[in-house]
Design a protein around this ligand. Sequence first.
Ligand code: BJW
Length: 240
Amino acid sequence: MEKLKPESSIVILTGAGISKESGLDTFRDVGGVWSKFRLEDVATPEGFARDPQRVHEFYNARRRNLLDPEVKPNRAHDALARLEQEWPGEVLLVTQNIDDLHERAGSRNLIHMHGELFKVRSLYTHRVLEWQEDLTLETLCPDTGRPGGLRPHVVWFGEMPLEMERIYEALSNCTLFMSIGTSGTVYPAANFVYEAHQSGAYTVELNLEPSNGATFFQSHRHGPATEVVPVFVDEVLARR
Ligand code: BJW
């Protein structure tokens, strides 16, 4: 952290663990999403081609859950928004999450590398649309008027995550890299710590438990995100 100056750039990677205390399930923890659904069925292009209705139902349920007024940003989302607002240098938040809790907390310099639950994409025109309703096979694509032409705007296994060029550019210029609430099992996000380390950044993991790539971080804060993230953000802001 000694190299961290007020003008330094910070890159933050977040995963499902940061939204756990807001009431959203993680994927790989006990009782997580992948203990209830086969990822091959609901999170691959092949699964969507085989049974699009099943995939729609999976995302419809998650979309409705995100609309539940009980699901709100927590102290960890709030702390990251504060960091962006108060840190003099650039703060880029890269999230693997498709929920909108970072936006609701006030983060603005944000990349959703695995897409967004409140967006859908036309299979015919590739246009991305804001969307909060259920999707069915009968839903008409607004661009073409044809049914069955919309898919969730999410990145499934085997698909290219979004805005990778901008992310790698930021990783190559950052002085601090923070990874929060992610198991480090899904690539390319799991590799970001190496990219940041190679660029000379100080790398910190904030997670409930050591992640798969824990040994590659220089510092660890283990605990619930709502506890460890605000404390760490205060430490960073004290270096202004
Ligand atoms: C708390 C907490 C609390 C709990 N406080 N913490 C073989 C080897 C290497 C790679 C591959 C391979 N075979 C295939 C691949 C590539 C594949 C991949 O990585 N597979 C692995 C499973 C091996 N990746 C892809 O296909 C990606 N595309 C790609 O690689 O394109 C080529 C490319 C290469 C190089 C550059 C560029 C491109 C696409 C991946 C798409 C992932 N999609 C999903 C679903 C869609 C979105 C959705 O429906 O939500 O995205 S999968 C799912 O996993 C979701 C998540 O974003 C993602 C990551 O999960 P995350 O966030 O880490 O959650 P968990 O549950 O795993 O972990 C939660 C953590 O929080 C835990 O550690 C808890 O302890 C902690 N926690 N409570 C703090 N309160």
